[in-house]
Design a binder for this molecule. Sequence first.
Ligand SMILES: Nc1ncnc2c1ncn2[C@@H]1O[C@H](COP(=O)(O)OP(=O)(O)O)[C@@H](O)[C@H]1O
Ligand SMILES: O=C(OP(=O)(O)O)[C@H](O)COP(=O)(O)O
Length: 398
Amino acid sequence: MAGIQDYDFAGKRALIRVDFNVPLNKETFEITDDTRIRAALKTINHVLDNGGSVVLMSHLGRPKSGPEEKFSLKHIVHHLSELLNRDVKFADDCVGEKAWEMSANLKPGEVLLLENLRFYAQETTGTEDFAKHLAQHGDCYINDAFGTAHRAHASTTVVARFFPNDKMFGYLIESEIIAVDKVLNSTEKPLTAIVGGAKVSSKITIITRLLEKVDHLIVGGGMAYTFVKATGGNVGSSLVEDDFLGTARDILQKAQEKGVKIHLPVDTFVANKFDNDADKKLFPIGEIPEGWMGLDIGPDSSTIFADVIKQSKLILWNGPMGVFEFSNFSKGTADVAYAIVEATKNGAYSLIGGGDSVAAINQFKLAEKVSYVSTGGGAMLEYLEGIELPGIRAIKEN
Ligand SMILES: Nc1ncnc2c1ncn2[C@@H]1O[C@H](COP(=O)(O)OP(=O)(O)O)[C@@H](O)[C@H]1O
Ligand SMILES: O=C(OP(=O)(O)O)[C@H](O)COP(=O)(O)O
């Protein structure tokens, strides 16, 4: 494993895996929060300032099969070019003759952004051939995608095999590891984890393992309704993953056995459609009528969650409490954010991570008032379980 600080980039093309999975406006495709892009600039500029050229690769969203306009990384080019203060070339495919020709012709100081890696299923399945094709773009490989370090994908793990002596971490991953290690090694209690958001299936298993560490677990956002349905509540047309009702029940039982206190919402704001201007009503949790969906936690839930948060000494948060992008359904997420700020003022250490969670904390202008903001959500939570993430292992192993 090389070190970015000591590596000689002169005349070399650095293939950098970044996490440019940033939230975009659904109509205009404008970037609504550029934290993850800004966080990658130090590494990119280091390579450029040291005589190298840069090939950037990333995913954006979760395209189902092949290219989709809304998931194109071309939406990132203009802003990235402004932030780097130089031209950014764009390859409309991440592999293939045209893309390879573009990277082969890069001169020192030039930057090329490749199209979304997940337009190929081979990215997520981690196919060796696809990784080899990606490797053709660079003379060395840098992984700086902390937010995706928990995924064993072609661009995050397999590709590293093709650079046995020329692979390294970028500055972002290095600093994320230092920050998250501080929490991992902390013995401060009570430790409260707050989990919400919409990625139920990929995060519910992380929750199971978090029960080994935490004293309190607050479940809100889109994650909560699977738990509510699992215990017999009516959730109307709220976001639910029926395949994980059993997992939710297991978590509730395991928490009881381990003495972990789980806090679910007791009330919820519901809407008759997924829209900021939908009709809005407040219902007790578990009593949502058919045709209505929970888009935010209610005021009583906010009060209960805030009380727990304010008594905590160590706080981890990933996943908004509701659809905070809609102003009419952002209050619960704001209430939790303000409670974390208050706890932090009173001496607690607070770690907040995840693409949308960071967008939320920025929307409320509170990022400076928490202890650390991580670009990783699922990655941060998995790291805190104490298991080495695949994207980190791939750089370290021989
Ligand atoms: N009740 C809900 N129903 C549907 N979507 C929700 C709900 N609560 C939160 N969300 C959505 O969850 C998304 C963020 O989820 P996730 O990706 O897991 O978080 P992060 O990016 O912080 O890791 C946001 O876009 C938000 O609108
Ligand atoms: O946004 C991300 O993770 P996060 O939602 O946990 O913050 C990363 O880009 C990983 O995306 P993925 O969960 O589709 O693999």
